[in-house]
Write a protein that binds this ligand. Structure first.
Ligand code: D5M
Ligand code: FE
Ligand code: ZN
Length: 492
Protein backbone atom coordinates (compact mmCIF):
# COMPACT_ATOMS: atom_id res chain seq x y z
CA UNK A 1 0.00 0.00 0.00
CA UNK A 2 1.29 3.42 -0.91
CA UNK A 3 2.35 5.65 1.92
CA UNK A 4 0.94 9.08 2.64
CA UNK A 5 4.37 10.66 2.64
CA UNK A 6 5.34 9.49 -0.82
CA UNK A 7 1.90 10.46 -2.13
CA UNK A 8 2.37 13.90 -0.68
CA UNK A 9 5.93 14.16 -1.98
CA UNK A 10 4.70 13.25 -5.44
CA UNK A 11 2.30 16.19 -5.33
CA UNK A 12 4.78 18.76 -4.11
CA UNK A 13 7.49 17.52 -6.44
CA UNK A 14 5.07 18.13 -9.29
CA UNK A 15 4.75 21.71 -8.16
CA UNK A 16 1.30 21.72 -6.56
CA UNK A 17 0.11 23.21 -3.33
CA UNK A 18 -1.82 20.98 -0.99
CA UNK A 19 -4.47 22.52 1.23
CA UNK A 20 -4.56 21.23 4.82
CA UNK A 21 -8.05 19.83 4.18
CA UNK A 22 -6.89 17.93 1.10
CA UNK A 23 -3.94 16.59 3.05
CA UNK A 24 -6.25 15.34 5.79
CA UNK A 25 -8.45 13.57 3.22
CA UNK A 26 -5.40 12.03 1.59
CA UNK A 27 -4.58 10.48 4.95
CA UNK A 28 -7.99 8.82 5.08
CA UNK A 29 -7.68 7.16 1.68
CA UNK A 30 -6.75 3.53 1.35
CA UNK A 31 -3.99 4.03 -1.21
CA UNK A 32 -2.96 7.69 -1.27
CA UNK A 33 -0.14 7.04 -3.77
CA UNK A 34 -2.48 5.57 -6.32
CA UNK A 35 -4.97 8.40 -5.86
CA UNK A 36 -2.24 10.98 -6.34
CA UNK A 37 -0.98 9.20 -9.44
CA UNK A 38 -4.47 9.41 -10.94
CA UNK A 39 -4.89 12.98 -9.79
CA UNK A 40 -1.65 14.02 -11.46
CA UNK A 41 -2.76 12.36 -14.67
CA UNK A 42 -6.17 14.03 -14.52
CA UNK A 43 -4.94 17.54 -13.85
CA UNK A 44 -1.97 17.15 -16.17
CA UNK A 45 -4.46 17.23 -19.03
CA UNK A 46 -6.17 20.42 -17.89
CA UNK A 47 -5.52 23.58 -19.86
CA UNK A 48 -5.36 25.61 -16.67
CA UNK A 49 -3.90 23.56 -13.88
CA UNK A 50 -4.91 24.26 -10.30
CA UNK A 51 -2.30 25.86 -8.09
CA UNK A 52 -3.68 24.38 -4.90
CA UNK A 53 -4.92 20.83 -4.57
CA UNK A 54 -8.14 21.21 -2.62
CA UNK A 55 -10.20 18.54 -0.94
CA UNK A 56 -12.68 18.84 -3.79
CA UNK A 57 -10.08 17.68 -6.32
CA UNK A 58 -9.55 14.48 -4.40
CA UNK A 59 -13.24 14.00 -3.67
CA UNK A 60 -14.03 14.44 -7.32
CA UNK A 61 -11.40 11.93 -8.20
CA UNK A 62 -12.41 9.27 -5.71
CA UNK A 63 -16.01 9.67 -6.88
CA UNK A 64 -14.98 9.18 -10.49
CA UNK A 65 -13.16 6.10 -9.39
CA UNK A 66 -16.15 4.64 -7.58
CA UNK A 67 -18.73 5.36 -10.29
CA UNK A 68 -16.83 5.56 -13.50
CA UNK A 69 -20.00 6.29 -15.47
CA UNK A 70 -20.83 9.54 -13.70
CA UNK A 71 -19.26 12.93 -14.36
CA UNK A 72 -16.63 14.26 -12.03
CA UNK A 73 -18.02 16.76 -9.56
CA UNK A 74 -17.96 20.36 -10.80
CA UNK A 75 -15.66 21.37 -8.00
CA UNK A 76 -13.07 18.89 -9.19
CA UNK A 77 -12.67 21.01 -12.29
CA UNK A 78 -12.23 24.27 -10.41
CA UNK A 79 -8.99 25.93 -11.39
CA UNK A 80 -8.10 28.59 -8.85
CA UNK A 81 -5.14 30.15 -10.67
CA UNK A 82 -2.72 29.42 -13.45
CA UNK A 83 0.30 30.58 -11.44
CA UNK A 84 2.34 27.44 -10.77
CA UNK A 85 4.79 26.24 -8.22
CA UNK A 86 4.26 27.54 -4.66
CA UNK A 87 3.29 24.70 -2.42
CA UNK A 88 1.36 25.27 0.76
CA UNK A 89 2.35 22.60 3.17
CA UNK A 90 0.42 24.03 6.05
CA UNK A 91 -1.39 27.21 6.93
CA UNK A 92 -4.50 28.04 8.89
CA UNK A 93 -7.43 28.40 6.56
CA UNK A 94 -9.28 29.65 9.59
CA UNK A 95 -12.87 29.13 8.59
CA UNK A 96 -13.92 27.58 11.86
CA UNK A 97 -14.74 29.31 15.11
CA UNK A 98 -12.98 28.51 18.33
CA UNK A 99 -14.80 29.28 21.53
CA UNK A 100 -11.76 29.28 23.77
CA UNK A 101 -13.25 27.36 26.70
CA UNK A 102 -11.02 25.92 29.42
CA UNK A 103 -11.44 22.53 27.79
CA UNK A 104 -10.27 23.93 24.45
CA UNK A 105 -7.16 25.28 26.12
CA UNK A 106 -6.54 22.03 27.95
CA UNK A 107 -6.81 20.13 24.66
CA UNK A 108 -4.46 22.61 23.01
CA UNK A 109 -1.77 22.27 25.67
CA UNK A 110 -2.10 18.46 25.77
CA UNK A 111 -1.49 18.45 22.02
CA UNK A 112 1.49 20.81 22.40
CA UNK A 113 2.96 18.68 25.17
CA UNK A 114 2.50 15.35 23.46
CA UNK A 115 3.86 16.42 20.11
CA UNK A 116 6.91 18.15 21.54
CA UNK A 117 7.45 15.16 23.80
CA UNK A 118 7.47 12.97 20.70
CA UNK A 119 9.99 15.27 19.05
CA UNK A 120 12.23 15.01 22.14
CA UNK A 121 11.81 11.23 22.35
CA UNK A 122 12.76 10.86 18.72
CA UNK A 123 16.30 11.85 19.69
CA UNK A 124 18.47 8.80 20.13
CA UNK A 125 19.70 10.01 23.52
CA UNK A 126 16.18 10.60 24.89
CA UNK A 127 14.38 7.42 23.86
CA UNK A 128 14.29 6.28 27.47
CA UNK A 129 12.98 9.58 28.87
CA UNK A 130 9.83 9.54 31.00
CA UNK A 131 7.31 12.31 31.39
CA UNK A 132 7.02 14.34 34.59
CA UNK A 133 4.50 12.31 36.58
CA UNK A 134 5.67 8.88 35.45
CA UNK A 135 8.95 8.67 37.36
CA UNK A 136 9.34 5.28 39.02
CA UNK A 137 9.18 5.44 42.82
CA UNK A 138 11.99 4.08 44.94
CA UNK A 139 14.43 4.91 47.70
CA UNK A 140 17.81 4.90 45.95
CA UNK A 141 19.22 7.75 43.84
CA UNK A 142 18.69 7.07 40.13
CA UNK A 143 19.55 8.98 36.96
CA UNK A 144 16.44 10.10 35.12
CA UNK A 145 15.46 11.96 31.96
CA UNK A 146 12.19 13.73 32.51
CA UNK A 147 10.09 15.56 29.94
CA UNK A 148 7.57 18.22 30.87
CA UNK A 149 6.02 21.55 30.03
CA UNK A 150 7.50 24.33 32.14
CA UNK A 151 4.73 25.63 34.39
CA UNK A 152 6.89 27.79 36.64
CA UNK A 153 10.46 28.86 37.14
CA UNK A 154 12.09 30.56 40.13
CA UNK A 155 15.67 31.74 40.03
CA UNK A 156 17.14 32.58 43.45
CA UNK A 157 19.80 35.11 44.38
CA UNK A 158 21.99 32.24 45.52
CA UNK A 159 22.12 31.11 41.87
CA UNK A 160 20.01 28.01 42.44
CA UNK A 161 16.60 27.60 40.85
CA UNK A 162 13.44 25.56 40.89
CA UNK A 163 11.49 24.63 37.79
CA UNK A 164 8.15 22.91 37.76
CA UNK A 165 7.55 20.45 34.93
CA UNK A 166 4.05 19.32 34.04
CA UNK A 167 2.62 16.53 31.96
CA UNK A 168 -0.99 15.54 31.32
CA UNK A 169 -1.26 13.79 34.71
CA UNK A 170 0.60 15.97 37.16
CA UNK A 171 3.78 17.85 37.85
CA UNK A 172 7.20 17.49 39.38
CA UNK A 173 9.67 19.88 41.03
CA UNK A 174 13.17 20.11 39.65
CA UNK A 175 15.83 21.99 41.61
CA UNK A 176 19.06 23.16 40.02
CA UNK A 177 22.37 24.10 41.61
CA UNK A 178 23.81 27.52 41.05
CA UNK A 179 26.99 26.80 39.06
CA UNK A 180 27.49 29.05 36.04
CA UNK A 181 26.81 26.45 33.38
CA UNK A 182 23.56 25.28 34.97
CA UNK A 183 22.48 28.84 35.67
CA UNK A 184 22.94 29.73 32.01
CA UNK A 185 20.82 26.79 30.90
CA UNK A 186 18.03 27.49 33.37
CA UNK A 187 17.92 31.16 32.43
CA UNK A 188 17.22 30.07 28.84
CA UNK A 189 14.14 28.06 29.87
CA UNK A 190 10.92 29.73 28.73
CA UNK A 191 7.60 29.30 30.46
CA UNK A 192 5.22 26.86 28.73
CA UNK A 193 7.87 25.33 26.54
CA UNK A 194 8.54 21.59 26.63
CA UNK A 195 11.99 20.45 27.68
CA UNK A 196 13.77 17.37 28.97
CA UNK A 197 15.70 17.60 32.22
CA UNK A 198 18.51 15.17 32.96
CA UNK A 199 18.98 14.66 36.65
CA UNK A 200 18.74 12.42 39.68
CA UNK A 201 15.74 11.36 41.74
CA UNK A 202 15.54 9.37 44.91
CA UNK A 203 11.84 9.32 45.69
CA UNK A 204 10.39 9.72 42.17
CA UNK A 205 8.61 12.88 43.22
CA UNK A 206 11.33 15.49 42.93
CA UNK A 207 14.43 15.73 40.80
CA UNK A 208 17.81 17.35 41.19
CA UNK A 209 18.41 18.74 37.74
CA UNK A 210 21.82 18.53 36.08
CA UNK A 211 21.17 19.43 32.48
CA UNK A 212 18.41 20.71 30.20
CA UNK A 213 17.77 19.50 26.66
CA UNK A 214 15.55 21.34 24.18
CA UNK A 215 13.65 19.67 21.32
CA UNK A 216 15.93 21.56 18.88
CA UNK A 217 16.50 20.72 15.24
CA UNK A 218 18.92 18.23 13.77
CA UNK A 219 21.62 19.70 11.48
CA UNK A 220 19.76 20.11 8.24
CA UNK A 221 20.67 18.65 4.94
CA UNK A 222 18.91 21.02 2.59
CA UNK A 223 16.38 19.78 0.16
CA UNK A 224 17.35 20.52 -3.40
CA UNK A 225 16.48 23.95 -4.69
CA UNK A 226 16.42 25.07 -8.31
CA UNK A 227 19.52 24.61 -10.49
CA UNK A 228 19.70 28.20 -11.75
CA UNK A 229 19.78 31.43 -9.74
CA UNK A 230 16.25 32.06 -8.47
CA UNK A 231 15.55 34.68 -5.85
CA UNK A 232 13.01 35.10 -3.09
CA UNK A 233 12.75 38.64 -1.78
CA UNK A 234 11.84 38.76 1.91
CA UNK A 235 10.04 41.75 3.32
CA UNK A 236 7.39 42.70 5.87
CA UNK A 237 5.96 45.59 7.88
CA UNK A 238 5.21 47.88 4.98
CA UNK A 239 2.59 49.78 7.01
CA UNK A 240 0.84 51.41 4.05
CA UNK A 241 -1.42 54.18 5.39
CA UNK A 242 0.97 55.36 8.09
CA UNK A 243 2.46 58.85 7.86
CA UNK A 244 5.72 57.12 8.68
CA UNK A 245 5.47 54.67 5.77
CA UNK A 246 8.63 55.32 3.72
CA UNK A 247 6.87 55.86 0.44
CA UNK A 248 9.87 57.05 -1.55
CA UNK A 249 12.15 54.25 -0.46
CA UNK A 250 9.43 51.67 -1.03
CA UNK A 251 8.88 53.06 -4.49
CA UNK A 252 12.56 52.68 -5.30
CA UNK A 253 12.27 49.09 -4.06
CA UNK A 254 9.32 48.56 -6.42
CA UNK A 255 11.33 50.11 -9.25
CA UNK A 256 14.18 47.79 -8.43
CA UNK A 257 11.99 44.69 -8.47
CA UNK A 258 10.60 45.81 -11.84
CA UNK A 259 14.23 45.59 -12.97
CA UNK A 260 14.00 49.15 -14.24
CA UNK A 261 16.37 50.66 -11.71
CA UNK A 262 19.68 49.23 -10.66
CA UNK A 263 22.36 47.73 -12.80
CA UNK A 264 24.75 44.80 -12.96
CA UNK A 265 24.39 42.23 -10.21
CA UNK A 266 21.44 43.95 -8.54
CA UNK A 267 19.50 44.05 -11.79
CA UNK A 268 20.37 40.42 -12.44
CA UNK A 269 18.85 39.57 -9.04
CA UNK A 270 15.66 41.49 -9.85
CA UNK A 271 15.39 39.78 -13.23
CA UNK A 272 15.65 36.36 -11.59
CA UNK A 273 13.30 37.10 -8.70
CA UNK A 274 10.41 34.69 -8.66
CA UNK A 275 8.91 35.28 -5.21
CA UNK A 276 8.14 38.26 -3.01
CA UNK A 277 7.23 37.26 0.52
CA UNK A 278 5.49 39.76 2.80
CA UNK A 279 5.52 38.52 6.40
CA UNK A 280 2.72 40.69 7.77
CA UNK A 281 1.81 44.31 8.52
CA UNK A 282 1.06 45.09 4.88
CA UNK A 283 -0.94 48.11 6.10
CA UNK A 284 -0.86 50.17 9.29
CA UNK A 285 -4.46 49.34 10.18
CA UNK A 286 -6.60 51.43 12.51
CA UNK A 287 -6.72 51.51 16.31
CA UNK A 288 -3.68 49.29 16.70
CA UNK A 289 -1.59 51.38 19.10
CA UNK A 290 -2.35 54.38 21.36
CA UNK A 291 -2.95 57.64 19.42
CA UNK A 292 -2.31 55.89 16.10
CA UNK A 293 -4.82 58.15 14.32
CA UNK A 294 -2.43 61.11 14.71
CA UNK A 295 0.12 59.19 12.65
CA UNK A 296 -2.29 57.87 10.00
CA UNK A 297 -2.26 59.32 6.52
CA UNK A 298 -5.06 56.99 5.40
CA UNK A 299 -7.63 56.43 8.11
CA UNK A 300 -9.82 53.96 6.23
CA UNK A 301 -8.72 50.34 6.35
CA UNK A 302 -10.20 49.50 2.94
CA UNK A 303 -8.36 52.45 1.41
CA UNK A 304 -5.12 51.29 2.99
CA UNK A 305 -5.47 47.93 1.22
CA UNK A 306 -6.43 49.71 -2.00
CA UNK A 307 -3.15 51.64 -1.85
CA UNK A 308 -1.22 48.51 -0.93
CA UNK A 309 -2.72 46.77 -3.97
CA UNK A 310 -1.67 49.70 -6.16
CA UNK A 311 1.93 49.22 -5.10
CA UNK A 312 1.81 45.45 -5.43
CA UNK A 313 0.28 45.74 -8.90
CA UNK A 314 3.50 47.39 -10.01
CA UNK A 315 5.40 44.19 -9.19
CA UNK A 316 5.83 42.20 -12.41
CA UNK A 317 3.13 39.58 -12.72
CA UNK A 318 5.55 36.69 -13.07
CA UNK A 319 6.64 37.31 -9.48
CA UNK A 320 4.45 35.45 -7.06
CA UNK A 321 3.59 37.52 -3.99
CA UNK A 322 2.94 35.58 -0.79
CA UNK A 323 1.28 37.53 2.02
CA UNK A 324 0.59 36.53 5.61
CA UNK A 325 -1.13 38.74 8.19
CA UNK A 326 0.54 40.84 10.88
CA UNK A 327 -0.93 42.41 13.98
CA UNK A 328 -1.68 45.62 12.05
CA UNK A 329 -3.63 43.81 9.35
CA UNK A 330 -7.38 43.24 9.20
CA UNK A 331 -7.51 39.78 10.71
CA UNK A 332 -8.27 37.74 13.79
CA UNK A 333 -5.88 38.90 16.50
CA UNK A 334 -4.92 35.45 17.75
CA UNK A 335 -2.24 33.04 16.59
CA UNK A 336 -2.54 30.96 14.47
CA UNK A 337 -4.07 33.69 12.32
CA UNK A 338 -6.21 33.00 9.28
CA UNK A 339 -5.40 35.04 6.16
CA UNK A 340 -6.27 38.77 6.08
CA UNK A 341 -10.04 39.28 5.79
CA UNK A 342 -11.07 39.32 2.16
CA UNK A 343 -13.71 42.03 2.68
CA UNK A 344 -11.04 44.56 3.68
CA UNK A 345 -8.33 43.50 1.27
CA UNK A 346 -10.44 42.71 -1.81
CA UNK A 347 -8.14 44.55 -4.27
CA UNK A 348 -5.18 42.51 -3.03
CA UNK A 349 -7.15 39.27 -3.30
CA UNK A 350 -8.09 40.23 -6.84
CA UNK A 351 -4.48 40.12 -7.96
CA UNK A 352 -3.63 36.98 -9.94
CA UNK A 353 -0.10 36.63 -8.64
CA UNK A 354 -0.96 37.05 -4.93
CA UNK A 355 -1.36 34.14 -2.51
CA UNK A 356 -2.89 35.07 0.84
CA UNK A 357 -1.98 32.69 3.65
CA UNK A 358 -2.39 32.52 7.42
CA UNK A 359 0.23 32.87 10.12
CA UNK A 360 2.09 30.59 10.42
CA UNK A 361 2.44 29.29 6.89
CA UNK A 362 4.79 26.73 5.42
CA UNK A 363 5.40 27.05 1.71
CA UNK A 364 7.61 25.13 -0.63
CA UNK A 365 9.13 27.40 -3.26
CA UNK A 366 10.95 25.45 -5.94
CA UNK A 367 11.90 22.76 -3.45
CA UNK A 368 12.91 25.15 -0.66
CA UNK A 369 10.67 24.98 2.41
CA UNK A 370 9.87 28.32 4.08
CA UNK A 371 8.31 28.80 7.48
CA UNK A 372 6.62 32.20 7.58
CA UNK A 373 5.32 33.97 10.64
CA UNK A 374 4.83 37.64 11.43
CA UNK A 375 6.87 37.31 14.62
CA UNK A 376 4.58 38.84 17.18
CA UNK A 377 5.72 36.38 19.83
CA UNK A 378 9.19 37.95 19.62
CA UNK A 379 7.73 40.69 21.87
CA UNK A 380 7.46 38.02 24.58
CA UNK A 381 10.45 35.85 23.71
CA UNK A 382 13.11 38.56 23.34
CA UNK A 383 12.75 40.01 26.86
CA UNK A 384 12.61 36.49 28.34
CA UNK A 385 15.70 35.20 26.55
CA UNK A 386 19.18 35.90 27.89
CA UNK A 387 21.53 37.45 25.29
CA UNK A 388 18.69 38.33 22.91
CA UNK A 389 17.64 41.83 21.94
CA UNK A 390 15.29 43.71 19.63
CA UNK A 391 18.41 44.90 17.80
CA UNK A 392 19.17 41.40 16.50
CA UNK A 393 15.85 39.57 16.27
CA UNK A 394 17.34 36.77 14.19
CA UNK A 395 18.99 35.26 17.27
CA UNK A 396 15.71 35.10 19.17
CA UNK A 397 14.28 33.36 16.10
CA UNK A 398 17.09 30.78 16.39
CA UNK A 399 15.99 30.16 19.99
CA UNK A 400 12.44 29.54 18.77
CA UNK A 401 13.84 26.89 16.43
CA UNK A 402 15.49 25.25 19.46
CA UNK A 403 12.18 25.38 21.33
CA UNK A 404 10.51 24.03 18.16
CA UNK A 405 7.69 26.47 18.83
CA UNK A 406 6.71 29.83 17.36
CA UNK A 407 5.09 31.19 20.51
CA UNK A 408 6.09 29.17 23.55
CA UNK A 409 5.08 31.69 26.20
CA UNK A 410 1.38 31.76 26.93
CA UNK A 411 -0.53 34.62 28.56
CA UNK A 412 1.72 37.58 27.74
CA UNK A 413 1.42 39.82 24.66
CA UNK A 414 0.80 37.10 22.08
CA UNK A 415 -2.79 35.88 22.18
CA UNK A 416 -3.14 32.23 21.20
CA UNK A 417 -6.23 30.49 19.84
CA UNK A 418 -6.63 27.01 21.33
CA UNK A 419 -6.93 25.05 18.09
CA UNK A 420 -7.12 21.28 18.50
CA UNK A 421 -3.73 20.76 16.99
CA UNK A 422 -0.93 23.18 17.85
CA UNK A 423 0.13 24.57 14.48
CA UNK A 424 2.72 26.79 16.16
CA UNK A 425 4.95 23.77 16.71
CA UNK A 426 7.84 23.98 14.25
CA UNK A 427 7.34 20.74 12.34
CA UNK A 428 8.44 20.17 9.62
CA UNK A 429 11.78 21.90 10.07
CA UNK A 430 12.03 24.45 7.26
CA UNK A 431 15.00 25.42 5.10
CA UNK A 432 14.20 29.08 5.70
CA UNK A 433 12.58 30.71 8.73
CA UNK A 434 11.27 34.18 7.89
CA UNK A 435 9.61 36.67 10.27
CA UNK A 436 9.23 40.42 10.63
CA UNK A 437 7.43 42.54 13.23
CA UNK A 438 10.51 43.83 15.04
CA UNK A 439 11.27 46.39 12.28
CA UNK A 440 14.96 45.53 12.44
CA UNK A 441 16.42 43.33 9.72
CA UNK A 442 18.84 40.55 10.51
CA UNK A 443 19.95 37.32 8.88
CA UNK A 444 21.60 34.30 10.44
CA UNK A 445 21.95 30.60 9.93
CA UNK A 446 21.35 27.82 12.40
CA UNK A 447 22.15 24.18 11.69
CA UNK A 448 21.59 24.70 7.99
CA UNK A 449 18.40 26.76 8.36
CA UNK A 450 18.47 30.32 6.99
CA UNK A 451 16.93 32.58 9.64
CA UNK A 452 15.83 36.02 8.46
CA UNK A 453 14.00 38.94 9.92
CA UNK A 454 12.99 41.26 7.14
CA UNK A 455 12.86 44.68 8.80
CA UNK A 456 10.28 47.28 7.77
CA UNK A 457 9.27 50.26 5.64
CA UNK A 458 8.14 52.48 8.47
CA UNK A 459 10.09 55.10 10.40
CA UNK A 460 9.91 55.23 14.17
CA UNK A 461 6.40 55.89 15.49
CA UNK A 462 5.79 57.89 18.67
CA UNK A 463 4.73 54.69 20.34
CA UNK A 464 7.96 52.95 19.39
CA UNK A 465 9.86 55.98 20.59
CA UNK A 466 8.15 55.75 23.97
CA UNK A 467 9.11 52.05 24.12
CA UNK A 468 12.71 52.71 23.13
CA UNK A 469 12.40 50.79 19.85
CA UNK A 470 14.87 51.91 17.13
CA UNK A 471 13.71 50.58 13.76
CA UNK A 472 16.16 49.83 10.94
CA UNK A 473 13.88 50.12 7.92
CA UNK A 474 14.57 50.02 4.20
CA UNK A 475 16.81 46.94 4.04
CA UNK A 476 15.56 43.85 2.23
CA UNK A 477 17.08 40.37 2.58
CA UNK A 478 17.12 38.43 -0.68
CA UNK A 479 17.70 34.70 -0.82
CA UNK A 480 19.08 32.77 -3.76
CA UNK A 481 17.10 29.53 -3.65
CA UNK A 482 19.72 27.70 -5.68
CA UNK A 483 22.57 28.13 -3.18
CA UNK A 484 20.97 29.57 -0.01
CA UNK A 485 23.11 32.68 -0.16
CA UNK A 486 21.53 35.86 1.13
CA UNK A 487 22.21 39.45 0.19
CA UNK A 488 20.73 42.55 1.75
CA UNK A 489 19.52 45.37 -0.47
CA UNK A 490 19.56 48.81 1.05
CA UNK A 491 16.97 51.32 -0.20
CA UNK A 492 17.71 54.09 2.27
O1 D5M B 1 5.68 46.44 15.83
C1 D5M B 1 6.76 47.30 15.66
C2 D5M B 1 7.72 47.23 16.79
O2 D5M B 1 7.11 47.67 17.97
C3 D5M B 1 8.27 45.87 17.12
O3 D5M B 1 9.60 46.03 17.57
C4 D5M B 1 7.50 45.38 18.26
C5 D5M B 1 7.16 46.66 18.94
N1 D5M B 1 5.88 46.53 19.59
C6 D5M B 1 4.70 46.66 19.02
N2 D5M B 1 3.73 46.45 19.93
C7 D5M B 1 4.36 46.19 21.08
C8 D5M B 1 3.92 45.90 22.39
N3 D5M B 1 2.63 45.82 22.69
N4 D5M B 1 4.85 45.65 23.31
C9 D5M B 1 6.15 45.71 23.01
N5 D5M B 1 6.62 46.00 21.82
C10 D5M B 1 5.73 46.23 20.86
P1 D5M B 1 4.31 46.66 15.06
O4 D5M B 1 3.61 45.37 15.07
O5 D5M B 1 4.63 47.11 13.69
O6 D5M B 1 3.56 47.72 15.79
FE1 FE C 1 5.11 46.07 11.96
ZN1 ZN D 1 3.88 43.79 13.76
Amino acid sequence: MGSLKSAYDALINSGYQVSPEAFALLGELGDPELVVERLLKAIGGMSERPMIIERSHLEGLTKVEAQSESKPSPSAQATPSPVPSAVIVMGSSGSHLIEGTINDFRGYFVNRFERLQNILRARADLRDATSASFLPEGNKPRKVKVIGMVSSKKEFKSGGSVVELEDTQGSIRVSFRGDEQTKRKVSRILLDEVVCVLGTTTNGRSVRGEDVVWPDIAPRIRSGGPKKDTYAVLTSDIHVGSKLFMREQFESFINWIKAEDGEGASKEVALNTKYLIIAGDLVDGVGVYPNQEEELLVKDLNKQYEQAAEYLSMVPEHIKIIIIPGNHDACRPTLPTPPIYREYAAPVYAMKNVVMLGDPAVVNLDGVVFLLTHGRSLDDAIPALPNCSFKEPQYAMVELLKSRHLAPIYGEKTPLAPEQSDSLIIDPVPDVFHAGHVHVWGVSEYRGVVVANSGAWQMQTNYQKSMGIEPQPGVVPVLNLSNFRTTNLNFL
